[in-house]
Write a protein that binds this ligand. Structure first.
Ligand SMILES: NC(=O)c1ccc[n+]([C@@H]2O[C@H](COP(=O)([O-])OP(=O)(O)OC[C@H]3O[C@@H](n4cnc5c(N)ncnc54)[C@H](OP(=O)(O)O)[C@@H]3O)[C@@H](O)[C@H]2O)c1
Length: 303
């Protein structure tokens, strides 16, 4: 990516996994970065912003890349819904009001989609998030689209420093193998470097929603086995759903994220391929693959 020299970019969520990759890519491309969040990003000026409470200070910036979000899979209920809404919906409204005429690239998620069929999912697929996260991301992106933003929908982002995907899968390792609900499925994943490239490129795209994923679809068992370095064993979906129901019931009492949720089981058992033709038509090419990550990035991720 080149051509960002002299551009002043506000990045929200810059302290997080994806946001910090975006900040590094923007800095390498010559942009000046202002990081907005409760913690600083890996480079650039830090301006404190709590999306659940206040409006961000975007003074002196030309472009806004919004990655801040309440993420996770909390036990269902009003408390989680309200906490997620405060950041993902109300925080978005505050951000859009502050952005004024600036271009906004709003990072959403494929979690906003209703359960897909076997066909690749295009951007006009019905929405219907299953969780507080998916529902509030869908509501936030509606505001962003109405304000003329570019909305990116990545799926299952992986890469060095990933605190979500592989750490969760590591918890499913038992006795030298990883237990997954069978059967194997095809799925899209998004390399964090591909998402970072898309965030920087998307400022020049027409307003609207764009799926963002690697160029190839993967086989779940192959990538999980290769990433964790252990063989995959299948367990019946019904048994895993029962464990998830029990874990969710327990999590309602503790208020903590369940070790295994119904949503996680659906993610692992529902084929989901994103059609990325719309983003590709803008000239964006997802160059990185999971094989690149296994070769170069995984040791850092596991550290
Ligand atoms: N990782 C994935 O697989 C994936 C997949 C699809 C979409 N996404 C999207 O990508 C974006 C980044 O996700 P991530 O994986 O990088 O998550 P992450 O590592 O958990 O980072 C979340 C970021 O959001 C910020 N944030 C949370 N609450 C905030 C608040 N009240 N005020 C200000 N900032 C707040 C955090 O900053 P502070 O704590 O410093 O404030 C942090 O920088 C999100 O929009 C997410 O929906 C991620």
């Amino acid at each position: 990516m080149s051509g960002l020299r002299g551009v002043r970019i506000a990045v929200t969520g810059a302290s997080g996994f994806c946001g910090s990759a975006v900040v590094r890519a923007a800095t390498e491309a010559g942009a000046t970065v202002v990081c907005l969040g409760r913690r600083p990003g890996p480079a650039g000026e830090h301006r404190y912003w709590d999306a659940a409470r206040t409006a961000p200070d975007l003074t002196g910036t030309d472009l806004v890349l919004h990655l801040a979000a309440a993420v996770g899979d909390p036990p269902p209920g009003h408390a989680a819904e309200d906490a997620f809404r405060a950041v993902n919906v109300d925080g978005t409204a505050r951000l859009l009001a502050s952005a004024g005429d600036r271009r906004v690239v709003w990072v959403s998620s494929a979690s906003v989609y209703a359960t897909p069929g076997p066909e690749p999912v295009r951007e006009d697929h019905p929405l219907g998030g299953m969780t507080a996260y998916g529902r509030t991301k869908a509501a936030g992106e509606r505001l962003a689209l109405a304000a003329g933003a570019v909305v990116l929908r990545p799926r299952a982002v992986y890469g060095p420093g990933d605190p979500h995907l592989l750490p969760r899968l590591r918890r499913a390792v038992r006795g030298g193998r990883v237990l997954l609900p069978g059967p194997d499925i095809p799925l899209s994943l998004t390399a964090v470097a591909n998402l970072a490239d898309a965030c920087l490129a998307a400022a020049a795209w027409p307003a609207g929603a764009y799926n963002i994923a690697d160029a190839v679809a993967y086989r779940r068992d192959e990538i999980v086995g290769a990433a964790l370095g252990v063989p995959v064993r299948h367990v019946p979906i019904g048994a895993v759903r029962a464990v998830a129901a029990a874990a969710t019931a327990a999590a309602r009492l503790t208020g903590r994220e369940p070790a295994l949720s119904r949503y996680a089981v659906e993610q692992l058992t529902t084929p989901m391929i994103l059609d990325i033709g719309r983003a590709r038509a803008q000239g964006w090419t997802p160059a990185r693959t999971f094989t690149d990550f296994l070769r170069t990035g995984q040791r850092r991720s596991a550290a």
